[in-house]
Design a protein around this ligand. Sequence first.
Ligand SMILES: [Zn+2]
Length: 176
Amino acid sequence: MLGVTDRAISKWENGVCLPDASNMPNLCKILDITINDLFSGEVVDMKDNEKKLEKNLLEMTRIKEQRDKELLVMEIFIGVIVAIILLACIFAASFISMPNWLRITLIIIGIIPFAIGISYAIRIEQIAGYYECKNCHYKYVPTYKSVLFAMHINRTRKMKCPKCNKKTWQKKVILK
Ligand SMILES: [Zn+2]
């Protein structure tokens, strides 16, 4: 009914991984349970509901925190790899004797993973954790465009806060 493989379902049942978040509402509808029941692994009694909900929310926050940290490490890794590929291609095209068309091809081969890698890295920079406004301390996830065009020093970016509208240097934080 969800259009997923039996292998995927087996993984959920064995606790190897969780269903994709976009599948969760449909899954709950099919099984006639709440999202809270799904996370608790049992049908939750109404009086325990609030306690369990709180625990599940904490658990989800912890999972997001962990994932965000991993993403930020992966971002550095991607950046280094694509930079090495680009430099190697430029180096080879500059110093090894070859026909000109091959030099140009080689540089293009270096630029393509660089462009893809950097746009992916900026996407991670956007969605992992939050940016904190220096003025009002509001924490938020900015748009891709504002992250892409903002001046930055390492992970601190000069952006406009959506709450107080002041343009400040905003630090990347993991916790909300
Ligand atoms: Zn602000």
